[in-house]
Design a protein around this ligand. Structure first.
Ligand code: NDP
Length: 328
């Protein structure tokens, strides 16, 4: 682009609802030292973008939302080695992806293997790496472990279910509708519970007896956290990793003792992607599972960049399944 050129991007000038996602013309970003300028093919929409927009997670105004995307390198900043113009790359945990062009640190750029299309990579990085670290590190699932995954037809939910099955776990999932139940079953869930119609704690106990679970992976938060604690076996683990229904309530450590010497953790992805080696090693697993067909990436919804507000309304309105993408 020529000097003075602009790019379209979504900005958030004030915290609040989806109407605060505004399409803007901004000066084209520079590829600074150590950075790559990327033409964005697709930007991933994630629940974390909603937390930033609402102000639940810190964000300095105004900002361009979006933690994930994939595209083609158009400029290479000073000091960058190993990348060239025309390379396809993906990224996650780098804010500012809801834009036609985005400058990303080269050490966060993940080369896209031949045979994987850029949209799939934009769709799988953030939620797939989350599912990877939850199932392999936070509570490493082993053959026969019983786990409960809330929001089983969501972005993380469908991927985590498939990975948990690959690792040999027995999987319980909760979902908000009959249509979502079908998708969760197709992803491999052994026991699907429509928790908007029935009490999930009763349902799990009816199937597997009292306190049967080794681990609960809970991205729903407020509405499900307390009942989940009651389903864990002694020394089981509650992994509360999200707040789709609001943040999980505060509890006293003593409660964990009373409920069975439980382990409680509240992980976030940055702490499981601390080095480039860690990022690349998790991506290598994830891409090989996707390329072999062991993990299917379901892109449920694609919106033009300008309609980011509609994408947010759908995600927070529980209208989506699998991945939501924005296409600049
Ligand atoms: P999803 O695609 O799973 O969408 C959220 C889902 O949550 C909805 O579809 C809905 O499914 C369910 N839900 C339950 N109650 C509510 C409610 N009151 N309002 C809205 N949704 C509700 O989103 P993501 O895959 O992007 O994220 C899932 C969770 O994982 C989020 O909490 C997110 O913050 C967290 N996360 C955490 C990460 C970490 O490292 N800690 C990284 C990535 C995601 P249903 O209708 O079936 O109930």
């Amino acid at each position: 682009m020529e000097r003075g050129a602009t790019v379209k991007a979504i900005t958030v000038p004030a915290l609040g609802g989806p109407e605060n996602l505004v399409l803007d013309d901004l000066a084209e970003p520079e590829a600074g030292p150590g950075e790559l300028l990327v033409d964005v093919t697709a930007a991933g929409v994630n629940y974390v973008d909603i937390y930033h927009r609402r102000g639940l997670y810190d964000a300095t105004l105004p900002f361009i939302p979006g933690q994930e995307g994939a595209g083609t390198v158009s400029k290479v900043g000073e000091g960058v080695e190993g990348f060239r113009i025309g390379d396809r790359v993906g990224w996650t945990d780098v804010r500012g992806s809801y834009a036609e062009r985005h400058a990303i640190p080269a050490d966060r750029a993940v080369p896209i293997p031949d045979g994987l299309d850029s949209r799939t990579v934009a769709a799988v990085l953030l939620q797939g790496l989350t599912a990877h670290y939850l199932a392999t590190d936070t509570f490493p699932l082993r053959q026969g472990d019983k786990c409960l995954i809330h929001a089983g037809a969501g972005g993380v939910g469908l991927l985590l279910t498939q990975i948990a099955k690959m690792l040999g776990a027995e999987v319980f999932t909760t979902v908000g509708s009959a249509e979502k139940a079908e998708l969760s079953r197709e992803a491999g869930s052994d026991h699907v519970i429509v928790y908007t119609q029935t009490d999930f704690k009763d349902e799990v106990e009816e199937t597997a007896g009292p306190k049967p679970l080794d681990v609960v992976y809970d991205g729903v938060g407020n509405d499900t956290f307390m009942s989940g604690l009651d389903l864990l076996r002694p020394r089981g683990m509650m992994v509360t990793f999200g707040n789709a229904s609001g943040a999980a309530p505060e509890i006293a450590p003593l409660l964990l003792s009373q409920k069975g010497s439980l382990f409680l953790t509240r992980p976030t992805m940055a702490h499981y992607l601390q080095t480039r080696d860690e990022l690349m090693s998790r991506c290598s697993d994830l891409f090989s599972w996707v390329q072999s067909g062991e993990v299917e990436v379901r892109i449920g919804h694609e919106y033009p960049l300008a309609n980011a507000a509609d994408a947010h309304r759908a995600l927070e309105g529980r209208q989506t399944t699998g991945k939501v993408l924005l296409l600049p």
